[in-house]
Design a protein around this ligand. Structure first.
Ligand SMILES: Nc1ncnc2c1ncn2[C@@H]1O[C@H](COP(=O)(O)OP(=O)(O)OP(=O)(O)O)[C@@H](O)[C@H]1O
Ligand SMILES: [Mg+2]
Length: 508
């Protein structure tokens, strides 16, 4: 029998109006990779913040035992000293500092009060090499993609020797290849005797890498099992309290002849370096009622494509954009919205939500006309419209007046979706729409997408989750190095074909 490295006993944590944790217990064996799963808002992140001292001793009820000894952490420093490292769900890097500086933030190598930069870079590079991560150390965080930021977070957490490493949804923003890399890293750590606690909505990863699994629902422990006793369907049933027979709803929308968006020979050059082409001769169209999936690896230009069409990306651009039969010039996102377009971004903090504002304010931000009478905002209408979405996609909150930053990660994502869906766009761009969303809620979002399509919306979805692209799209295009390299219909597409083209393996 392995011994117990961590025990959390009867943990109860309340926020105003919300009992986030109600007598939760968690027991983790030394050297295990232990999964912590549950629906959005179940209390996973809160439980880990209790463990890491973000919520200090005495702000919760219950006991934490590490190696059999009672732990009373007042700060995250205390938990670090006890060998607990945590990678938070909401990335916490300093955007204006570079990668190396972020990795060693707060623990820069100094000699006589002077930071020894050579040593910082040397050590940082060594960490990256050990883990097989490729990132430019001198780049500022704001200039690298969200997937790379996630990898930097992981490297940073590993720069202190940890006994227990907590990963709160580390793979949500990673591509398949990067996920594989992370799995490799976790296996290496396990071989070294490090205990990992992994929070993930990707149950296939949980099944692949974890030894045991604890499910929590509505702030209470449902159970802990060896992975060998479980399968994905059993976990889902424990998470939701009911069975989910289908992952993707049947599509009832009929694809109309009306082309809602047509892009002809779109080329885009980098804002920083005008000789660098980011998008090369992109042409595609989407019809009313159709869902077009865009697949590809990170860096293939998928997000850049959506952002360029939507007027977010600066830099030289050529080509034609035709919306509902009319040639248009879109220089700003505002213009795109006026023309009937909607965009749900992958980086919900940078381009999406105003975290200190309420759910209502965030949700209605793009539909102010709809919730106004004679040009004056009508609070009742705002609340009414927002509540419709709170119900239909299940945003877990005591009220729509709650600040968005107080919501769980998945529920923040749902607010962003609600904002966009409220505008009833003609053309809807979704960039990783179900990132960080639990399996049951994904189904609700897919259902909403189908409903919108049935009402005549043309949907373009970028997703790194291949089953999602395949399960939801009428047509799939694959991008590689800024170009569209192939197109498949719903019946032809397969994971193997996408991978082959996405990785550039097929250049004929
Ligand atoms: N600072 C806070 N103030 C008020 N309520 C909070 C706060 N942090 C979390 N909550 C509430 O506690 C509950 C649990 O949230 P938590 O973030 O732990 O969920 P989660 O299981 O991590 O979900 P997800 O999968 O979406 O990340 C939610 O109802 C959330 O709204
Ligand atoms: Mg969470």
């Amino acid at each position: 029998m392995k011994d117990t490295v961590l025990e959390m006993r009867n943990i109860t944590k309340e926020f105003p109006g919300v009992k986030a944790l109600d007598n939760v217990t968690l027991e983790v064996k030394r050297g295990d990779t232990h999964a912590l799963v549950g629906e959005n808002g179940a209390g996973k992140s809160t439980l880990m913040k209790v463990l890491s001292g973000v919520y200090p001793y005495k702000t919760y009820d219950g006991e934490i035992l590490i190696n059999g000894e009672i732990a009373t952490f007042h700060t995250t420093r205390d938990s670090e000293k006890a060998g607990v490292a945590i990678i938070y769900q909401e990335l916490a890097l300093v955007k204006d500092l570079n990668v190396a500086e972020n990795i060693f933030l707060g623990k820069l190598h100094q000699r006589g009060g002077v930071v020894s930069w050579d040593k910082v870079y040397f050590e940082a590079q060594k960490l990256l090499d050990d883990l097989g991560v490729e990132v430019d150390l001198s780049k500022k965080i704001k200039d690298i993609g969200i997937g790379q930021q996630q990898l930097v977070e992981i490297v940073k957490a590993l720069s202190v020797d940890a006994d227990i490493l907590i990963l709160d949804e580390p793979t949500a923003a990673l591509t398949e290849a990067e996920v594989e890399l992370l799995m490799e890293i976790i296996r290496k750590l396990k071989a070294k005797g490090v205990t990992c606690i992994l929070i993930s909505h990707k149950l296939n990863e949980v099944m692949e890498i974890c030894d045991r699994c604890t499910v929590i629902r509505d702030g209470a422990t449902i159970g802990t099992n060896d992975i060998s006793e479980l399968d994905e369907d059993k976990i889902i049933k424990m998470m939701a309290g009911r069975e989910l027979t289908q992952r993707y709803p049947d599509k009832t929308a009929v694809i109309q002849d009306r082309v809602m968006l047509e892009v002809k020979s779109l080329c885009k050059w980098s804002k920083e370096d005008d000789s660098k082409k980011i998008l090369d001769d992109i042409s595609f169209n989407v019809k009313a009622g159709e869902i077009l999936g865009i697949s590809g690896l990170m860096g293939a230009g998928r997000t850049e494509l959506l952002m360029s069409i939507f007027g977010y990306m600066k830099g030289r651009q050529e080509g034609e954009i035709i919306i509902d039969g009319e040639a248009v010039k879109i220089s700003t996102p505002k213009k795109a919205i006026e023309l009937g377009m909607g965009l749900v971004t992958e980086d919900r903090k940078k381009l999406g939500l105003v975290l200190i504002q309420s759910i209502v304010n965030n949700a209605t931000l793009a539909s102010l006309k709809k919730v106004s009478r004679n040009g004056v905002l009508n609070a009742d209408m705002e609340v009414h419209e927002t509540n419709k979405f709170v119900d239909s996609i299940g945003i877990k909150t005591p009220s729509v007046d709650v600040q968005v930053q107080k919501l769980s990660g998945g529920n923040q994502q749902k607010v962003l979706l609600a904002r966009c869906l409220m505008t009833k766009p003609k053309v809807l761009f979704l960039d990783e729409p179900t990132r960080g969303i639990d399996v049951g809620a994904k189904y609700e979002i897919y259902t909403l997408m189908n409903e919108l399509a049935a009402q005549g919306t043309a949907i373009v979805m970028v997703s790194s989750e291949m089953p999602e692209v395949i399960g939801m799209s009428d047509r799939v295009v694959v991008m590689h190095e800024g170009e569209i390299v192939c197109e498949y219909s719903r019946n032809e597409v397969s994971q193997e074909k996408i991978m082959l083209y996405a990785s550039g393996g097929c250049n004929d």
